[in-house]
Design a protein around this ligand. Structure first.
Ligand SMILES: [Zn+2]
Length: 371
């Protein structure tokens, strides 16, 4: 089982400059590999793969010596990102890969960490006094607020707003237990209530989060009234960024707690395999959807269920809101209709509760056919 453990790091001004430079070059490399891949496909249907990109990099390193000033691990990992972006697109999980802007490229991946079998240090390792170490950076302060458990498989250095983080991917033995199908729940995630369970329990979006989001919107409105390029604009933009970061952190916190509690309470959890891309087509909904962090919530549920020895089942979302959970009759309803009323069997349920019951039913059926 692979898990991520995240710690804040505190690079000095000089170290930040170096890492920013690495990010910049990795992003350029990403964009140029992306363009090469597109061009080669258009010209002669050539499948320009990771290894071709790597060969090109060897040539580029001779022509552009500055590329030698970046650890080669994160440089090569860039190509994995490019190929993954295309794979996701072909699997219909993502839209067509785009060029990355500065704000979209925030992390460097070191696929190896620590000391190899021969006793040599990889590009990133711990120094004797427990700091993060790289020969070009020197020692970087890290706050290990909880112990790192398991074998470290890779390290990601990430910029988030004004802060920097080290994310270790560690391998751990999974807690094995037989799955209890009787302790199963379906979850419908939505905008009105964050999550509604098939047993009728509902979780609201927390109030402090709504308050923070209102403040963020207000700060954004103020920003739009300021003159671009002015000192006041820059100051307000900084404020918006801070609010944004706070909201993101609090939402993540809320989702961590909720997903942890759910994974602890239930052995089987069924959720919809929502295609975010299709949903965002509905413009009016798009902002709240991306804000609600559903994708993130599902990912958290997935690894927390695994950690607790349970299972997360993703079901096809078709008709989960329409169908009657007691008799199966299809009852069409628009988004504004909040109650499910079945004329055939007389069932009356909250719309989201009805959906979560359908999700559970589909999930259990899916489990029965795959195991
Ligand atoms: Zn019915």
């Amino acid at each position: 089982m692979l898990l991520n453990q995240k710690y804040e790091i505190f690079p000095t001004y000089g170290q930040k400059e170096i890492v920013e430079r690495w990010l910049h070059y990795c992003r350029q490399l990403y964009n140029s590999a992306l363009l090469d891949k597109q061009r080669k496909y258009k010209q002669n249907k050539e499948n320009y793969n990771r290894f071709d990109m790597q060969k090109q990099l060897t040539i580029d390193k001779e022509a552009y010596p500055f590329l030698k000033g970046i650890p080669s691990q994160p440089l090569q990992e860039v190509f994995l990102r490019v190929t993954k972006a295309f794979d996701n697109f072909f699997r219909k999980d993502a839209s067509y890969p785009k060029l990355k802007k500065h704000k979209d490229y925030n992390s460097l991946t070191f696929p190896q960490f620590g000391i190899n079998k021969k006793g040599h240090k990889y590009a990133m390792s711990f120094s004797a006094n427990g700091k993060l170490f790289n020969t070009m950076l020197g020692e970087v302060d890290i706050l290990l607020h909880r112990p790192l458990e398991g074998k470290i498989k890779q390290l990601i250095i990430k910029r988030q707003g004004q802060r920097w983080y080290a994310i270790f991917c560690v391998e751990r033995q999974a807690v094995s237990s037989s799955i209890d199908l009787n302790n199963a729940v379906g979850i419908d995630v939505g905008l009105h209530q964050y999550a509604v369970l098939s047993n009728g329990k509902a979780y609201e979006n927390p109030g402090f989060l709504r308050k923070q989001e209102k403040q963020l919107m207000k700060a954004q409105r103020t920003l739009s009234k300021k003159k671009k390029g002015s000192a006041n604009y820059a100051k307000q933009a900084q404020l918006v960024r801070q609010h944004h970061e706070k909201v993101t952190n609090q939402r993540r916190d809320f989702l961590h707690k909720l997903s942890f509690n759910l994974s602890k309470d239930y052995s089987v959890i069924a959720v919809e395999n929502l295609n975010i891309r299709n949903m965002v087509k509905n413009r009016r909904l798009s902002k709240s959807i991306s804000d609600a962090g559903w994708g993130l919530f599902r990912n958290m549920l997935a690894y927390k269920c695994e950690k607790q020895g349970g299972v997360l089942v993703k079901v096809e979302p078709k008709y989960t809101t329409q169908d009657c959970s007691s008799c199966g009759e299809r009852v069409k309803k628009s988004l504004s209709i909040r109650t499910h009323i079945c004329m055939k069997c007389g069932t009356i349920l909250d719309r989201d509760h009805n959906a979560s019951l359908n999700i559970l039913k589909k999930g259990l059926k899916q489990l029965a056919t795959t195991e």
